[in-house]
Design a protein around this ligand. Structure first.
Ligand code: NI
Length: 261
């Protein structure tokens, strides 16, 4: 079984890829078995860059949204800008959206919630899944997910097993990346061991969150193999089985064909 990787959360528009983006996306990643990438916009410029990436590379799809850290000041027509980007064929989700109470100086809570709610409503209006960022905001994130009940994924899931079960009850997916390979990640490891395999997605958050043994270095989608290896070890199945299940799950959630490489 060939190890085909579907990375459901990456930021290849990030300036850390400015020096070698073409080589990496055009050659290196496909050669290493990366068959699908969902690139996340975090602000309006990043959303436009995401669209450009989906046009340049067959295997790259996109999500567009406003990240909580970028939500403080937006042009009056930001929501209609997103709405028109979401009509593009390869833009398949609203993301990256959510709440981040770690960096409150970037954007106050009330404003974060307002922008998150507007985008949850947009996802419902267009029947598109969401990619949700939740950092130190588990209670409020869950409350809003229960209110809107979108399809989608809580990415880089960092909550407890109890919260994971609440998210699963909403028929949502949980995304896992490099963190599960860290020695001190008992929480995330417990969750990946316990949840049904058919609700698990793999992701990088590249250029951030590299798995062991590359922790601290620039991340890219090929390193997901190490995450699949760790999850396989925790669940006592092969990394290839983890990759295949996660790829099927991502294809189903985002409506992306995964058979053709
Ligand atoms: Ni991200």
């Amino acid at each position: 079984m060939k190890a085909l990787i579907f990375d459901t959360h990456a930021h290849y528009d990030d300036e850390q890829f400015d020096t070698d983006r073409e080589e990496l996306l055009g050659q290196v990643l496909p050669q290493k078995g990366v068959c699908r990438v969902l690139n996340m916009g975090a602000d309006l410029a990043g959303c436009r860059d995401t669209l450009a990436l989906t046009r340049a590379y067959d295997y790259i799809y996109g999500a567009v949204g406003i990240h909580p850290e970028c939500a403080k000041e937006l042009p009056a027509d930001w929501l209609s800008q997103l709405r028109s980007l979401l009509k593009e064929e390869k833009i398949v989700a609203v993301g990256e959206i959510g709440l981040d109470y770690h960096w409150l100086e970037e954007c106050p809570k009330d404003r974060q919630k307002e922008v998150f709610e507007a985008q949850l409503a947009l996802s419902k209006e267009l029947s598109l899944p969401v990619a949700v960022h939740d950092r130190e905001a588990h209670g409020d994130t869950l409350a809003l997910l229960k209110k809107f009940r979108p399809k989608g994924v809580v990415h880089c899931f960092s909550g407890s097993l109890e919260m994971a079960r609440e998210v699963l009850k909403l028929d949502m997916y949980l995304g896992f990346g490099g963190v599960v390979t860290f020695k001190n990640a008992r929480h995330a490891q417990e969750v990946v061991r316990e949840i049904p395999l058919e609700r698990l997605l793999l992701e990088t958050d590249a250029p951030y969150m590299s798995p062991e043994p590359y922790r601290g270095k620039r991340n890219d989608s090929s390193l997901i193999y190490y995450v699949a290896e760790k999850i396989g070890e925790l669940r006592d199945i092969s990394p290839e089985m983890v990759l295949k299940a996660a790829r099927d799950n991502a294809g189903r959630l985002f409506g992306i064909p995964t058979e053709r490489n």
